[in-house]
Design a binder for this molecule. Structure first.
Ligand code: MN
Length: 252
């Protein structure tokens, strides 16, 4: 694939949770939006991967979302057995919000198993959730340093944790929603420009009551253009260069 031909990047989007899933894939193709379709369970990945097979710009990531671990933790073995079939893993990670804290130990067990398998298979490109658990996610990544290239999606931890994440080789995907808050902007300014990708996290994120679509990652380009004080076209070029660099990394 000629990655440089993409116009935009949405590196974390739940395409299968929109009602018109396959129409959106077609629209991503038409608009040349490199879209990583993250999944919440390994069963969901199969359909995503089938649909992504014939596309130039859409890729499916094999995931087990930390917020559904209490229901689907038994699917971790299935997920691990499918890792050889894909280059992309996500959405995985930990969620330390009050409603998910009771299964934190289970979440950690699942995350460790997945990272261990990624390492054994030679590394993967991994999209990670770390809400209220950035320290614990970084501990796991540090422990499994050969798991591949971690991309922390919508990072919302402390600046100290962000610096630690950078030092252990993490990448970051930032979306319009993250860049709406001052905290999110301050964090984004600390991310090295060559380690940043754009995302939407749709359909969970909304604008004027409507779910963000992959093309709304344009909003992140505009916000970064203000933050970095360079033109939107320069930001776009940087993000597309970063995408190419990421996809060329030999350990994933
Ligand atoms: Mn997500």
């Amino acid at each position: 694939m000629d990655k440089s031909a993409a116009n935009l990047v949405d590196f974390h989007c739940h395409l299968d949770l929109y009602p018109n899933f396959s129409d959106i894939i077609n629209e991503c193709e038409r608009r040349k939006i490199y879209t990583l379709a993250v999944t919440t369970t390994p069963r969901a990945w199969k359909k995503n991967n089938e649909l992504a097979q014939s596309t130039k710009y859409v890729r499916a990531a094999l995931g087990l979302h930390p917020q559904v671990i209490h229901q689907y933790h038994h699917e971790v073995d299935m997920l691990c057995s499918m890792i050889p079939q894909t280059r992309y893993v996500g959405e995985i990670g930990l969620d330390g919000s009050p409603e998910y804290l009771s299964c934190m130990e289970l979440q950690k067990t699942v995350l460790h198993k997945i990272l261990q398998t990624c390492a054994r298979e030679g590394g993967r490109i991994i999209s990670l959730h770390s809400r209220r658990a950035s320290k614990e996610v970084l501990d796991a990544l540090e422990h499994h340093s050969n798991a591949g290239t971690p991309i922390l999606h919508w990072f919302s931890g402390t600046q100290k944790d962000l610096k630690r994440a950078i030092s252990i080789g993490c990448w970051f995907s930032v979306g319009p929603s993250m860049l709406e808050s001052k905290k999110g902007c301050d964090l984004a300014l600390l991310i090295p420009r060559d380690k940043i990708l754009t995302e939407t996290d749709g359909p969970f994120t909304k604008k004027n009551g409507k779910p963000l679509m992959p093309w709304d990652s344009e909003g992140a380009i505009e916000k970064l253009s203000l933050l970095w004080d360079i033109s939107a076209e320069e930001v776009r070029k940087q993000v597309l260069t970063n995408l190419n660099t990421l996809l060329k990394l030999s350990n994933t």
